[in-house]
Design a binder for this molecule. Structure first.
Ligand code: BEZ
Ligand code: FE
Length: 304
């Protein structure tokens, strides 16, 4: 076991216990669920009934011991203690067990009839900022571009899935990590709001900017989420991606990520966010001193 884990060495011994569920009190779970009073909000009752049932079944199935449960409690406590407005370790812990990707899929499906035309969603992740100033079309969002970065021009159109027509005045947020694998709020060397842009589409629905051809990076692995990855013998990297949030009156907002088709880790994303429909191609760009590659990416929004 690695030395950076806070899990006691002898806690996880005895892999193959379990199986004999009958030896536990068969009435206990219903007793806990039925303790909810009549004033409980109906949606909360649905969620808590299911949560309690699954958590109790999980504990019985694994014959979870007090030491193992306490290890989980400590992990959750440490997630809270190390989270602030720049780091969300609890969200990251959910991400590495696929929970944010799963609730994103559920939310996207519930949001209405899936049309093949509309842009697919992907998780927001912990590094979105809502306070990025508006930029002019064609702005370079990379300040002090690192020597190992490959500049790219990104452009496209936002259209309506229903009409196929361009949508004007769509607010489109773009954000990405630098080549050192860090978002600006993680990195004191980067300028405030570096590698982030907020744009409004013009009358023809178009947007454009200069950014970086994205590079793979590891999710922060110096906390409980990293410990868990290590304990599960998994790697922390995400494939190269750019985040997009597009919103416009009368349409459902879309949160997504697009992935470079040539990136490593497309088949082994540590947070399970890759979808085939979100894999894109960066093409060589000629005659532009500012960018060696270009990415044409159109966004299609569902109406409300
Ligand atoms: C990200 O893409 O920025 C991200 C998503 C989930 C966990 C960590 C980072
Ligand atoms: Fe990211």
């Amino acid at each position: 076991m690695s030395t950076h884990t806070a899990v006691p060495e002898d806690t996880l011994n005895g892999a193959g216990r379990g199986g004999n569920l009958e030896r536990y009190d068969p009435e206990f779970t219903d007793k806990v669920i039925n303790a909810m009073g009549p004033k409980t909000n109906p949606r909360l009752r649905t969620i808590m009934t299911s949560l309690i049932r699954h958590v109790h079944d999980f504990a019985r199935e694994c014959d979870l011991t007090v030491d193992e449960w306490m290890m989980g409690v400590n992990m959750i406590n440490r997630c809270g203690q190390m989270s602030d407005d720049k780091r969300n370790e609890s969200q990251l812990l959910c991400d590495v067990i696929g929970l944010e990707t799963l609730v994103d899929e559920i939310t996207f499906k519930l949001a209405g009839e899936a049309t093949d035309l509309a842009t697919q969603s992907a998780i927001l992740g912990p590094f979105y900022r809502h306070d990025v100033p508006l930029s002019e079309m064609g702005t370079n969002i990379s300040d002090n571009t690192p020597n190992d970065a490959v500049p790219a021009y990104m452009f496209g159109k936002v259209t309506s899935a229903k009409t196929g027509k361009p949508l004007a005045n769509v607010e489109i947020d773009i954000w990405q990590a630098s080549t050192n694998g860090l978002y600006e709020q993680q990195d004191p060397e980067q300028k405030d709001c570096n590698l982030r842009g907020r744009f409004k589409t013009g009358p023809n629905g178009e947007y454009s900017l200069y950014c970086l051809k994205p590079t793979p990076y590891p999710v922060p692995d110096d906390g409980p989420a990293g410990e868990l990855l290590n304990l599960m013998d998994r790697q922390p990297f995400r494939p190269a991606h750019i985040h997009i949030l597009a919103q416009c009156e009368g349409h459902k907002p879309i949160i997504t990520q697009i992935f470079d088709k040539d990136s490593k880790f497309l088949d082994d994303d540590s947070v399970f966010a890759v979808k085939d429909a979100l894999v894109v191609t960066f093409d060589p760009r000629k005659g532009d001193k500012l960018a060696q590659y270009e990415l044409h990416y159109d966004v299609v929004l569902k109406s409300m």
